[in-house]
Design a protein around this ligand. Structure first.
Ligand SMILES: Cc1ncc(COP(=O)(O)O)c(C=O)c1O
Length: 448
């Protein structure tokens, strides 16, 4: 596979951009990332003309794939040609806000911003402003963007900045606990309950190999935050309008957070974030409240139009049936392949998310008949239950080097573009086909 153009472009990029990229994770592909020339349905074509089935889909925003339906393209082009933005409100912001409020059960009011990071940053400030408390409980390995309150590692007894530039005094307000561990959450509330402003969690860890919540875990987070007067922030930047369709993951799991953060799909492929929730909480944002929040580009008309038309298209067509069906086909096909070729590995994901985690131990090929067949559901009756990852630590202990250094490249050689490492998840779009699934499963058979 020729990659001369990508190599030359990366050479140029290294001279003018740190690590040659504009977002750290893009450099995870070694020795250098391939540069994309253009998308085509469920595929991308790189700078050297190589074509790949694309399961990365922009790391999540592209629910409809690379060829946008006519209505979406027309709305984007119209907005762009009418003068891209004005610094004063437009009708399309209200239309998209009304759409989200109508479909997402916990959202009575919403503020749009420009990225998932901005959404989670503002949500944390809002929770602190609303409760008058300082501390935030987060899940180890949960990713909430490049922001000071959540770039924290360690545990609740010893939180530390996970990035240079974050002061230790900031990290001390963040309490990381393992996902799916009720006792750990109970302990931090017993110790710090009167200073905890919020628990912030993804409903499914989407940046750590995909870890599904144990039955009752999200409900537990809802109950304990209520008990201590803290807020429950559900970070649906990945799962929003992907898991559970237009009602998002919260409707699939039947939990009602106080605040939801959105990003990715709600902007239809353009930069976006949003903070939604109970009216009395969201009203605390300036100018109706005293939690300052503002942005030159927030509610950008092109983004709002792309998001609105994408979601309208999803509401009026069989988008979720299609992506969930192909997601199911991928996960069940992978379950069979893994049972045959690498029985210690775990197939994870739900709806249109999927991944294989290279776990080191499994129950043995002979005892897999009763296993979860469409991605790990943390089912205690599944023979894999004692082995499947329950939190980020479990995923870290998987064969992450084998995944990235050996497996990823073998898939790329066969024309399959998977996310950069063991941790980021993969997405099905409306543009993907049954043939893409077949081709991908064949490639997994070769590469595993
Ligand atoms: C769950 C979650 N929250 C927040 C973010 C940050 O979003 P952005 O990259 O748009 O700033 C991400 C990004 O992947 C995410 O997955």
């Amino acid at each position: 596979m020729n990659d001369e153009h990508s190599r030359t472009l990366y050479d140029r990029a290294l001279s003018v951009m740190p690590g040659g990229v504009n977002s750290a994770v893009r450099a995870a592909i070694e020795p250098y990332p391939f540069f994309v020339q253009k998308g085509d349905g469920g595929h991308v074509i790189d700078a050297d003309g190589n074509r790949y089935v694309d399961w990365v889909m922009g790391l999540g925003p592209l629910l409809l794939g690379h060829d946008l339906p006519e209505a979406v393209t027309a709305a984007i082009q119209q907005r762009a040609s009418e003068g891209p933005m004005y610094g004063t409100p437009t009708e399309v912001e209200v239309d998209l806000a009304e759409f989200v409020v109508r479909h997402v059960p916990s959202v009575e009011k919403i503020r749009f911003v420009n990225s998932g990071t901005e959404a989670t940053t503002s949500a944390v400030r809002l929770a602190r402003g609303y409760t008058g408390r300082n501390k935030i409980v987060v899940m180890q390995g949960g990713y909430h963007g490049a922001q000071e309150s959540t770039l924290v590692e360690g545990d609740a007894d010893d939180p530390k900045p996970s990035s240079a530039g974050v002061p230790q005094s900031f990290a001390e307000h963040t309490l990381p606990v393992p996902f799916n561990d009720e006792d750990a959450v109970r302990e931090v509330f017993e110790e710090h309950g009167d200073d905890i402003a919020a628990v912030m969690s993804e409903p499914i860890l989407g940046n750590y190999g995909i870890v599904y919540p144990e039955d009752g875990y999200l409900e537990f987070l809802r109950e304990i935050t209520d008990e201590y007067g803290a807020l429950f922030i559900l970070d649906e930047v990945i799962t929003g309008f992907r898991v559970g369709g237009l009602g998002c993951a919260q409707s699939e799991f039947g939990v009602t957070p106080d605040i939801t953060t959105f990003g990715k799909i709600v902007g239809g492929g353009f930069p976006v974030g949003a903070i939604g929730g109970r009216a009395e909480i969201i009203e605390q944002f300036a100018p109706s409240g005293d939690v300052f929040q503002a942005g030159t580009f927030s509610g950008h008309p092109v983004t709002m139009a792309a998001g609105l038309e994408t979601l309208r298209f999803a509401a009026e067509n069989d988008v979720y049936d299609h992506v969930d069906r192909l997601g199911d086909r991928l996960r069940s096909g992978l379950t069979d392949i893994v049972a045959d070729q690498a029985p210690e590995y775990t197939v994870v994901g739900t709806d249109s998310m999927f991944k294989v985690i290279f776990t080191r131990d499994g129950p043995g090929a002979g005892s897999l008949e009763e296993q979860c067949t469409s991605g790990c559901r943390q089912d205690p009756t599944c023979p894999r239950y004692d082995y499947c990852p329950k939190n980020a630590g479990d995923v870290t202990r998987a064969e992450t080097d084998r995944w990235r250094r050996l497996f990823w490249g073998r898939m790329k050689e066969q024309g399959i573009f998977l996310s950069q490492n063991q941790f980021e998840c993969q997405f099905v779009s409306y543009a993907h086909t049954d043939e893409d699934v077949e081709e991908t499963l064949e490639a997994y058979k070769e590469a595993l």
